[in-house]
Design a protein around this ligand. Structure first.
Ligand code: PLP
Length: 342
């Protein structure tokens, strides 16, 4: 359903606005100074988040980017390389943070669907005599630039086991981990067992206005708190936002609804613009559209939609990404597709 001001937004799942229940919880939250670990609401959220992903401890972060970058900073040394798929967010769209803040590079591995194999990990490490040392591997699940695809559990298990045997630490960027959970039925802690640190966002499909969390061992999370303060992320009465994040985490099963609306959207687009959507790609809450296969120019479609208060992004690297979330429904999808139907 559109926002109260009539706007419908398919650009991202980050656009959701807090529910009345979240706003009430934010207003009523018990508060304290979180830099002293005195905020009861943030403390409760951290305990709940750590339990859900089966890690010892969690540290609340203002953004997913900060969670990812602190994970990198803690588990690498300047000059190291990170082993990953080339499209991961922490390499490609975090504004060069890993090289600027941690002094590390990336050793990328091309694998269909970002399904890095055990043999690829083995080969990358074997080549290390010539290249920078590999100290960390990063997974992203679901994978944003691949259109919300799930990295299957068996793929993570096989390659992570090899990476661990060869001495690498492993970080999971689970900004949308609960979308992977909803689509696959694999519990979050089972995915998370294949990583030493896990970051997930409350502010994407889970629907909170702000916040992410980094999870791992007690020792790593002590260091994460220290680095968070260094980077200016030590917040004070942060329970104001943690209160909304607790509701988002509690209600995580509702992500299935976003996946159903995304499938409906994919099917409607497939009817209106055959070939522009590969329905096999639609696994979670994202639909990738080939702009050159639409019946009208993308700019015309965007302008028609914009005139009705419906927002979509322009294509990015040749793909137009549409995202479903709590604040769009099937009626909104019908309005989105209508200009393509002639
Ligand atoms: C996979 C992934 N990781 C990390 C982030 C960063 O989150 P934030 O925007 O909270 O910094 C995003 C944001 O879109 C993302 O898609």
């Amino acid at each position: 359903m559109a926002f109260a001001d009539g706007v419908v937004d398919f650009r991202s799942d980050t656009v959701t606005r807090p529910t009345p229940e979240m706003l009430a919880a934010m207003a009523a939250a018990p508060l304290g100074d979180d830099v002293y670990s005195d905020d009861p609401t943030a403390n409760a959220l951290e305990e709940e988040a750590a339990a859900v992903v089966g890690k010892e401890e969690a540290v609340f972060m203002p953004t997913g980017t900060m969670g990812n970058q602190i994970a990198i900073m803690m588990q690498t040394k300047p000059g190291d390389d990170i082993l990953c798929d080339p499209g991961i967010h922490s390499r490609s769209v975090e504004k060069g943070a890993a090289s600027a803040l941690s002094g590390v590079g990336f050793r990328t591995v091309e694998a269909p669907g970002a399904r890095i194999t055990s043999a690829q990990v083995e080969e990358a490490v074997a080549n290390s005599a010539f290249f920078p040392r590999l100290r960390l591997m990063i997974w992203e699940n679901t994978h944003n630039l691949l259109g919300g695809k799930v990295i299957p559990l068996e793929v993570m298990q096989a390659a992570s086991a090899t990476a661990r045997r060869l001495g690498l630490s492993i970080h999971l960027d689970g900004a949308r981990l609960f979308n992977a959970v909803a689509a696959s039925g694999v519990p979050a802690d089972v995915f998370a067992r294949n990583a030493d640190t896990v970051q997930f966002c409350f502010s994407k499909g889970l629907g909170a206005p702000i916040g992410s969390v980094l999870c791992g061992t007690h020792e790593l999370m002590n260091e994460a708190r220290y680095l968070r303060k260094r980077l200016g992320g030590g917040m004070r009465q942060v329970g104001v936002i943690a209160a909304a994040a607790r509701i988002a985490l509690r209600d995580r099963d509702r992500l299935k609804e976003d996946h159903e609306v995304a499938r409906f959207l994919g099917e409607r687009l497939h009817e209106a613009a055959p070939g522009a959507v590969d329905l096999g790609q639609v696994e979670t809450n994202m639909v990738q559209v080939q702009p050159d296969l639409l019946p009208i120019p993308t700019e015309q479609w965007r302008a028609d939609l914009s005139a009705q208060g419906i927002k979509i992004n322009p294509p990015f690297i040749g793909v137009l990404r549409l995202v479903t979330h709590r604040d769009v429904d099937r009626e909104d999808v019908d309005r989105l597709v209508a200009p393509l139907q002639g």
